[in-house]
Design a protein around this ligand. Structure first.
Ligand code: HEM
Length: 226
C-alpha cells in the first residue's frame, strides 16, 4: 500500500517535472532569440530594445513568477526523485543495462547541479544588477544598456570558460530531459518516439551552440568593446 503511494507520487512528480521542464525549454528558446539580437546588431540597440520590452511588458513580468517558481519546483522534484532512486537501488548494478533513452540519463543530477551553479552566477551578474544595481542608460534613450553589461561580463576569460563548459553540460541535460519528458507524459510509441529523440538532439544542440556562439563572438570580436 505504502509502496503504491510512493509509486503514484513519484509518477506525479515526474509528470510535473516534465511539464515544468517543457515550460523552461520554451523560456530558453525565447531567451536565446532575444540574446541573439546582440550578434545581429553589435550596436546593442536591438538587444536593448528586446531587453527593455521584456522588462517592462506586464505579461512577461508576471510570467517571471512562473519561471522562477518553475526552476525551484524542477530542482526540488529532481533532487527528491534522485534521492528516492538512490534509496531504492543502494547497490549499483555491476552490468549497466543499455539505456533506452539517452546516454546522458545517468548524469542528470550532476549536469543539473552545475547548471544550477551556473544560474546562480548568471543571476548575480545580470538579473540582480538589472533589478537592484546601476545599469547605464543606452545612448539618448530611456532604456538601460543591458547589452553593455553582457559585453563587460563576456570579456572576462574565466567567466567565458565556465560559461562554455556549463552550456555544453546544458546540452547533455536537455538531450535526455526532452525525450524523458514525453515518456513521463505517457507519449511513448514506436511511430513518434524516434522523431522525439531526433528533435531532442536538434533542440539541445541548437540551444547550447546558440548560447556558446553568442558568448564566444562577444569574447573574440573587437566589435564589442566594454
Ligand atoms: C549567451 C548567453 C546568455 C546571455 C547573454 C544571457 C543574458 C541574460 C540577461 C542580460 C539577463 C537579465 C535580463 C533582465 O533582467 O533584464 C538574463 C536573465 C536570465 N537568464 Fe540569461 N543569458 C544567457 C544564457 C542563459 C542560459 C543558458 C540560461 C538557463 C540555463 C539563462 C537563464 C536566465 C534566467 C532564468 C534569467 C532571469 C529571468 C529573466 O530576467 O528573464 N540564461 N540573462
Amino acid at each position: 500500500m505504502s509502496n503504491s503511494i510512493l509509486q503514484y507520487s513519484s509518477i506525479t512528480k515526474k509528470i510535473v517535472m516534465a511539464l515544468v521542464g517543457l515550460f523552461l525549454l520554451m523560456f530558453l528558446l525565447v531567451h536565446l532569440a532575444v540574446n541573439s539580437f546582440l550578434i545581429f546588431d553589435p550596436s546593442r540597440a536591438l538587444f536593448n530594445e528586446g531587453a527593455h520590452f521584456m522588462a517592462t511588458n506586464p505579461l512577461i513580468q508576471s510570467m517571471q513568477y512562473f519561471l522562477f517558481g518553475g526552476f525551484i519546483l524542477h530542482i526540488i522534484l529532481g533532487l527528491i526523485l534522485q534521492i528516492q532512486n538512490w534509496l531504492a537501488r543502494p547497490v549499483r548494478y555491476k552490468i549497466e543495462g543499455w539505456s533506452h533513452t539517452s546516454p546522458f540519463s545517468k548524469f542528470m543530477i550532476h549536469t543539473g547541479i552545475i547548471i544550477f551553479i551556473f544560474l546562480l552566477i548568471h543571476f548575480i551578474n545580470f538579473f540582480f544588477v538589472a533589478k537592484f544595481g546601476e545599469v547605464p542608460v543606452f545612448a539618448d534613450t530611456e532604456m538601460e544598456d543591458m547589452g553593455l553589461l553582457v559585453i563587460q561580463v563576456f570579456k572576462i576569460p574565466g567567466y567565458v570558460a565556465f560559461y562554455v563548459v556549463a552550456l555544453i553540460l546544458l546540452a547533455f541535460h536537455l538531450h535526455h530531459a526532452f525525450q524523458s519528458a514525453f515518456q513521463s507524459l505517457g507519449m511513448n510509441h514506436s511511430k513518434y518516439t524516434p522523431f522525439i529523440k531526433g528533435l531532442s538532439t536538434v533542440l539541445s544542440v541548437v540551444i547550447s551552440l546558440g548560447f556558446i556562439a553568442i558568448t564566444l563572438v562577444i569574447f573574440f570580436s573587437s566589435r564589442y568593446q566594454a
